[in-house]
Design a protein around this ligand. Structure first.
Ligand SMILES: [Zn+2]
Length: 59
């Protein structure tokens, strides 16, 4: 299992935190941003049970 930490844009500084929005809201926002700007969006995920040391997976 993986937990989404946040979703972000590969082409600009846009991002949305998974702690402030539900999965549905986040998905809708990602789609809106992609359609509005033509940018590529991606998500940062963390394996469940991983140490919460604040580190993030950077692709
Ligand atoms: Zn963008």
């Amino acid at each position: 299992m993986e937990t989404v930490v946040k979703s972000y844009c590969l082409d600009c500084e846009w991002e949305i935190s998974a702690t402030d929005y539900t999965a549905d809201e986040r998905t809708a926002a990602m789609i809106d941003h992609a359609i509005d700007t033509g940018h590529d969006v991606d998500s940062i995920t963390r394996a469940e049970g991983a140490d919460s040391d604040g580190s993030e997976v950077v692709f």
